[in-house]
Design a protein around this ligand. Sequence first.
Ligand code: SAM
Ligand code: FES
Length: 345
Amino acid sequence: MREYIDKLYETQSLTREEFFGLLANRSEETDAYAGKLACQVRQREYGDRIFIRGLIEFTNYCKNDCYYCGIRRSNSNVQRYRLNEEDILECCREGYALGFRTFVLQGGEDGYYHEERMVGLIKAIKKEYPDCALTLSVGEKKEEVYRAYREAGADRYLLRHETADEEHYRKLHPKELSGARRKECLKTLKKLGFQTGAGFMVGSPYQTTDTLVEDFLFLKELDPQMVGIGPFISHKDTPFRDEANGILADTLFYLALLRLMLPKVLLPATTALGTIHPRGREMGVLSGANVVMPNLSPVAVRKKYQLYDGKICTGDEASECIGCMKRRMERIGCRIVTDRGDYKG
Ligand code: SAM
Ligand code: FES
């Protein structure tokens, strides 16, 4: 399968059949080869620079009921919270002092944060921090709403497509949600000029080689500026409580393929990857990732934003987390930079 890895490296694309062959015939040797090449491509594109994003989990209220997610609306064991504008600005202040120049507002689909309130919040953050990038990750909205967020100053948007295969999508979500609509949202976000991030969970229930091939082909076609992938991890209060977690080696291999396919993409080594292995994020970077997203949410609410069991970094102050992350990156020959870290296409 080396020839497919070489081809992906040289041409940044593969046919459906080649992707299938590559994903279905793995070995430790080919995994290592892909990782090595991907690490070289990251070095070529970004050197030893790793970008940091300050993640602010500002609400765990959600109107959706995705079967995998710990904060789904049917989970009555969740203690719901939302941060107000002042709380969020305080997180930004702390983050700014620590060197963050990108803030990521992530939350459930919470009706309290309707268009007008979000626009006010976006404007307030951009007014106080005009030199920072603002990323939103608040789910599916109408085009007019996305446009209003963009006009208010939001720069980027993360919306994982979760799976590009419609049948698989239906097995992960209740029937009111549709994969086609999610993909439409991603196209709209790109059109509106957001640096856009798609992505999927590795090892989500019912994922197959076929559905993964669809993911890679979809990502190639969408050509997003960011891709978020991390292992699925079960949550005890969801219908998928007994499902197996995603596998480390699979996640690292797919990160490597993404780096080869989209050489300039901004690719995080996610918290979920750090949760399934103590050095998961370092290994992610060594497989081609170039972004880490330490948590800036107030410690008091961290444990309540529990998408999956065992989530790391829920007890640490942001300052400790960033110090820890700096050391982790230095140990593998990389360095965290204070930079907006925009996509340079
Ligand atoms: N509500 C927004 C949305 O729908 O995009 C953002 C928040 S949502 C909780 C963020 C991401 O968490 C999802 O896109 C999903 O891929 C991931 N996630 C949810 N449950 C997970 C689980 N059990 N294991 C791993 N990742 C999970
Ligand atoms: Fe959060 Fe290590 S990165 S405590």
